[in-house]
Unconditional design. Structure first.
Length: 129
């Protein structure tokens, strides 16, 4: 939904309504090209930080690498106007795929079930005096 709204800032019929709504919220700078680029970069850095944080826990650097490539492709597509649609779609697909892969690794690691014989050793009772 957010991508659909952000992509409509280029519509000449709707720009006035968006500028008025964003200005009333105090974030009118977002309706500019530099504002959208900064917002895109900020959100990509936030996504990279989240995947980097969880990569420390599960130890797989694949999702982080995939997200780095996707974020770079999205920023190149954002800064290179007019950008080829394939770069934009490819970057978004890589970023989304990295997020899904990261969530899958997190769920795989935090399994609630323990196999028989793999649990903690039973505590030995201490004889009382």
């Amino acid at each position: 939904m957010g991508v659909a709204v952000l992509s409509k800032f280029t519509c000449s019929m709707c720009i006035g309504a968006y500028a008025g709504a964003l200005g009333s919220l105090g974030v009118g700078f977002v309706a500019t090209d530099s504002g959208l680029t900064a917002l895109t970069a900020l959100l990509l850095v936030l996504g990279l930080a989240g995947i980097g944080w969880s990569a420390r826990r599960h130890g797989h650097l694949g999702p982080l690498s995939m997200m780095l490539v996707g974020a770079a492709a999205l920023l190149v597509a954002r800064l290179d106007q007019p950008a080829p649609l394939t770069i934009l779609i490819g970057g978004a697909a890589l970023a989304l795929g990295a997020s899904v892969w990261n969530v899958w690794l997190e769920r795989k690691q935090s399994s609630c079930c323990v196999e028989p014989g793999e649990g903690p050793a039973p505590e030995q009772s201490i004889p009382s005096k």
